[in-house]
Design a protein around this ligand. Sequence first.
Ligand code: SF4
Length: 240
Amino acid sequence: MSATQISFWNECQRKWAFRYLEKIYPAPKPGAKLGDDTHQKLKTYFSTNTLPIAPDLVTDLALAAIEELPAPNRALSVEEKFYFLSPTRAFVWVGLADLIDPRGSVPRVHDHKTTKDFKWAKTKEELVTDPQATLYAVYAMSRFRAEQVDLSWLYIRTVPTKKGVIKTRKVEARVSKDDVCEKFAEIDDLGAELVKLHRAKPATLTLKANRAACGSYGGCPYLSKCPVTEDETSDLGDFL
Ligand code: SF4
C-alpha cells in the first residue's frame, strides 16, 4: 500500500479503481518524465557530489533544487525505499523518500516535486495532513527514534520566467508524534479498507465519481471511460 494509492482514492474513488483494480496505466505525461529525470539528476548529485552540467531544462531544474537542499553528505539517506507492516497486519506500507537528513535534533524529510504552476503546491496546513507526508514522517520517526520530524517539500517550477530563471517554493512544517499518529491511524484504516476492496473487486463504475477532480492535473486520463451522471454516484457501503 502506498500513499499514492490513498491520494488516488481521496481524489476520486473511480480513478483509484481504474488504476488499482483494472490496472489501466495511462502513458506518462511529459511533465512526469521531466520530474523523473530531475529526481535522477539529484540522485546522481547526492551520490557523486558532482554538479550536473548539461545545457538542458532538467539540469536547470536540478540546479535550482540544489540551491535549496543540503550539500551531499554520507549521513543523508537518498532515494531510500522503505517498507513497514501496517499495525492492522493486513498489508505492508511502501514508500520512497527523496532525501532524509537525520543530522541535528530533528530529522528532516525532504521531498522534491516539479510542477508547471505553484497553484499545485500544498500549503503548510495541507502538508501536515497529507498522506505521503504522514507516511514518511512515521517512517523517519521510527527509523531515527525521533519524537518530531521536519517536513520540507520543495516545488520546482518547470516553466522558467521570461529571464530564464527557474523558481522554487519550499513548504515546511514540524510535526510531532501525536500529530502524525492521529493522521496515520486514519490512513492506515483506509489502507485496510482498500485491501478489502482489492479482494471484492467492485465494478469501477459503481464507485463514487468526483467530478470536481476530472480536470485536475491537466485532465483525468480515464475521462473517456467514465460516464458521469448524478445517478451513477453511489456510496461505498455495499463493498466494505
Ligand atoms: S473522469 Fe472524473 S469521475 Fe471519472 S475517474 Fe476521472 S476524476 Fe473520477
